[in-house]
Design a protein around this ligand. Structure first.
Ligand code: FMN
Length: 169
């Protein structure tokens, strides 16, 4: 099966997951900035980092241009992978991938360290009581994300896509 693994990554988390998946599937991971052509692949596996609840802009644009074929998505985000927020962020990517006729066959999401500069900025941006203010719970979640993606995340991604590909072949 001919597989394209494509990713968008600002600080490296999604790239690490993409490389683990690509290695497992004996291919290479391609940066979306190279605008890879999805034509001729049996399966596209596209990864994004979550930006305000949705795929980041570069992957958003690329996914939105898919007009057919099979696609699976993966993503990294600061929140816990088992949160409702994570489920919605993955659904947002799947919806976008399938918007113009591609068949969405899977999705995987895991936590990824949040850029410390962003955390500092957010701390200063919203006063206590504001819906986006940094509560102790939020800070604990961000601290938890610090070690991700870890070996368990990479291994889960490898397992997920190996199983998916064998179910399609
Ligand atoms: C501008 C910005 C917006 C973000 N928005 C969210 C968000 O809505 N939800 C979330 O859980 N994480 C959010 N994050 C955290 C990133 O999705 C997370 O750290 C991701 O692993 C970064 O991936 P990368 O290293 O591949 O760039 C945001 C990060 C940035 C910089």
């Amino acid at each position: 099966m001919k597989i394209l693994v494509v990713y968008s990554s600002k600080t490296g988390n999604t790239k690490r997951v993409a490389e683990a998946i690509a290695e497992e599937l004996r291919t290479t991971a391609t940066d979306v900035r190279g605008q890879p052509d999805p034509a001729g692949y049996d399966l596209v596996i596209a990864g994004y980092w979550v930006d305000r609840g949705a795929p980041d802009a570069k992957m958003k644009q690329w996914l939105g241009s898919l007009t057919g074929g099979r696609v699976a998505v993966f993503a990294t985000l600061g929140a816990r992978a088992d949160s409702d927020h994570a489920a919605k962020c993955l659904e947002a990517g799947k919806a976008l991938a399938g918007e113009r006729g591609a068949m969405v066959v899977g999705g995987f999401i895991c936590q990824g360290k949040v850029d410390p500069a962003l955390v500092e900025m957010m701390k200063g941006m919203f006063p206590a009581g504001h819906p986006h203010a940094m509560t102790p719970e939020r800070l604990a979640g961000i601290a938890e994300a610090d070690s991700h993606p870890d070996e368990a995340d990479l291994s889960a991604a490898r397992d997920y896509f190996r199983t998916l590909v064998s179910s399609l072949s």
